[in-house]
Design a protein. Structure first.
Length: 227
């Protein structure tokens, strides 16, 4: 799907959108970039996913404010926040929420009672299992984003089967749980009903389709059994 979409709109349009989302690392103008062939740093990746989850663009910073002994401000990080003007943003948010909520999603393990934090996200696994990634977010401007990358500095493989969902997602899960259980931030934001209901409808449609197919198969088998 990523390759098909990149071909439809053009790779340069993909790169331009990545730049708008805060990716500064050079991206190669090849179709394989749609599959992650151009490496980016984890901070940039986290910033792009935070923008998608919040609907605003903002430059990351490490130190927010510096004061002297008297409490007078000496430095404050610039906070240039810009709303994302895109009609397709809600669809992307729903898709990333579906990764968690759909029964067959690669992060469906996060849609259980023992993880009460509503999140959206994406797993990632590079060639030969060299890197395992998971980037996930809670929704809106009051939400947070956590990006996890597991890999060796010498780029050797992690081992067969060490995917983003297997190696990186459990770490994301524990971090998110502690953040909200220890109340390091406010309560976890809920996703808009329009996103959740859209996924509910899709799940119901898929279930009905499977049920219909099972009925057809049963009838077909019954007819075969007739003398």
């Amino acid at each position: 799907m990523a390759v098909w979409l990149a071909r439809e709109i053009g790779v340069r349009s993909v790169i331009r959108a990545a730049r708008e989302m805060g990716i500064r690392t050079p991206l190669q103008p090849y179709i394989s970039t749609a599959l992650g062939a151009s490496e980016v740093c984890l901070l940039e990746l986290a910033g792009a996913y935070r923008a998608i989850a919040s609907g605003v663009l903002a430059d990351p910073f490490v130190i927010g404010r510096v004061t002297d002994a008297s409490g007078e401000g000496r430095y404050e990080a610039p906070r240039d926040v810009r709303a994302i003007q895109s009609a397709g943003l809600r669809g992307i948010q729903e898709g990333l929420r579906g990764v968690v909520r759909l029964p067959g999603g690669t992060a469906a393990v996060l849609n259980r009672r023992d993880f009460p934090v509503p999140v959206m996200g994406k797993t990632g696994t590079t060639s030969d299992f060299r890197d395992a990634l998971f980037v996930g977010s809670t929704y809106g401007t009051s939400g947070i984003t956590v990006a996890v990358r597991i890999g060796f500095d010498d780029n050797r493989p992690l081992g067969r089967g060490e995917t983003g969902g297997r190696a990186a997602l459990p770490i994301f899960r524990e971090i998110m749980l502690r953040i909200y259980q220890d109340q390091l931030v406010g309560p976890a934001p809920r996703f808009p009903s329009s996103i959740e209901s859209g996924i509910d409808q899709y799940v119901a449609m898929q279930a009905a389709s499977k049920a219909g197919l099972a009925t057809v198969n049963s009838l077909f088998k019954g007819n075969q059994d007739q003398p």
